[in-house]
Design a protein around this ligand. Structure first.
Ligand code: FES
Length: 98
């Protein structure tokens, strides 16, 4: 777990592949957030984007913004993202996929 804490930079989206799923993982203020990696606007990979001071991931293609907390697209122009629960345990970091 300490490895995940130290290897993942804050506010820098990381692509995580779990089976066929592509997940965008973000560490922010020592909390982890996981959302679908595929932008709901036109499919760009959100893990190539950045996170702003409000805790929104910004798509690098057309700059749509999505809340890391609830996946909501901030201007209601596109569908919301799927969010995944992240659990931090002493033996690792677990992402709840379904
Ligand atoms: S593809 Fe993400 S904003 Fe257009």
């Amino acid at each position: 777990m300490e490895e995940a804490q130290s290897r993942i930079q804050s506010d820098k989206p990381q692509l995580v592949l779990i089976g066929e799923k592509r997940i965008c993982l973000v560490k922010r203020q020592n909390q982890f957030f996981a959302v679908q990696d595929r932008c709901t606007h036109n499919g760009e990979s959100l893990s190539k984007g950045m996170v702003n001071y409000l805790g929104e991931v910004i798509c690098p293609w057309h700059n749509y913004r999505f809340s890391l907390q609830n996946g909501r697209e901030c201007s209601s122009r596109s569908a919301d993202l799927i969010t995944y629960p992240v659990k931090v345990e002493s033996n690792g970091l677990f992402i709840g996929i379904f």
